[in-house]
Write a protein that binds this ligand. Sequence first.
Ligand code: SF4
Length: 377
Amino acid sequence: MAGLYFHIPFCKQACYYCDFHFSTNQQIKSTLVEALVRELTLQQNFLADETIHTIYFGGGTPSILTKEEIEMLLSAAKEYYPVHPDAEITLEANPDDLDEGKLADLKRAGINRLSIGIQTFHNDLLRFMNRAHNAATALNAFQNARKVDFNNISIDLIYAIPGETEEQWLEDIRQVIELQPEHVSCYSLTVEEKTVFGKWSTAGKLNVVEDDLAAQQLELLMDELDRAGYEHYEISNFAKPGYYSRHNSSYWRQQNYLGIGPSAHSYNGAIRQFNISNNHLYVKAIEQNNVPAQTEVLTTENKINEYILTTLRTHWGTNLDYLKQHHNIDLLKENSVYLDQLFEKGLVVLNQNVLTLTRKGKLMADRIASDLFVVEK
Ligand code: SF4
């Protein structure tokens, strides 16, 4: 069981917080799509014929692809890889691309799950982050998607936006609940150095939201979505029963995946591969039948740390027996003093040798995971 990811590295405009790989120059879009198809043929051995259960178009902004481009990529995927007939096929979309005609095209092209990047329903915050849409467009996009029978929709939200009031955050959450998407992904805004926000922050022009306030916003989200019947199955992800993202769940459960496109990552249990983050150099290399990627052979410590980081954030938790069986490490013994402190503070619980975060622990998930990391000898 494996996943396939396509990175579509184009956006209409740059959001001020974003440090993903994308270009606002779309001149080589069709050439790049052809290169993605060719990369599929070049990478055929990476997953050793494993069945593909999920396909994910991420970016960038995949909703700028035409129906024909999506069809071309999906038919190539099915030609060169064993794609399961019921595969989850997700496309990340920006609201400003989603009129009814476009949505009908996406549906006909074979997309069966949408992830809509709404982020907030407040126009002042959308403008502040330089998003290309407004709140009315976001609501229309969601309603249009329902009209053309998309019945598996995820909404992306951002919290900890500088200047956002508690009231605005609560309104965003309640608006999402009113729309009743099957899934909600919600990330705290982080200020990355090379972004516009990063530059403003360095110049003292941006007040980054304090961790305590961000944690309060996450708590509010957890409370409201829990009351509305959503399961909190990963720190940043909530779903109605039966609607967990199969694609992301497969990452968190260490299943293999192949990433196609500039900046895409791949993992097959033994190595991790990172494609070059440059559209022109990517296309040039692929045209010469080379995959422009760096490869990292994972050490035992890498594998253990990756396992801890991804599993501790999920409601399935970190299975200590798995670590013992696969990597010969007794995490309880190695970290007895630290784990005792976590148990005492009520941050983690241990059940049938599976370590999971409590509600309080979820507010500091990454910190706890990194404290448990194994150091290379
Ligand atoms: S649309 Fe998405 S990928 Fe593009 S700049 Fe904005 S956040 Fe980044």
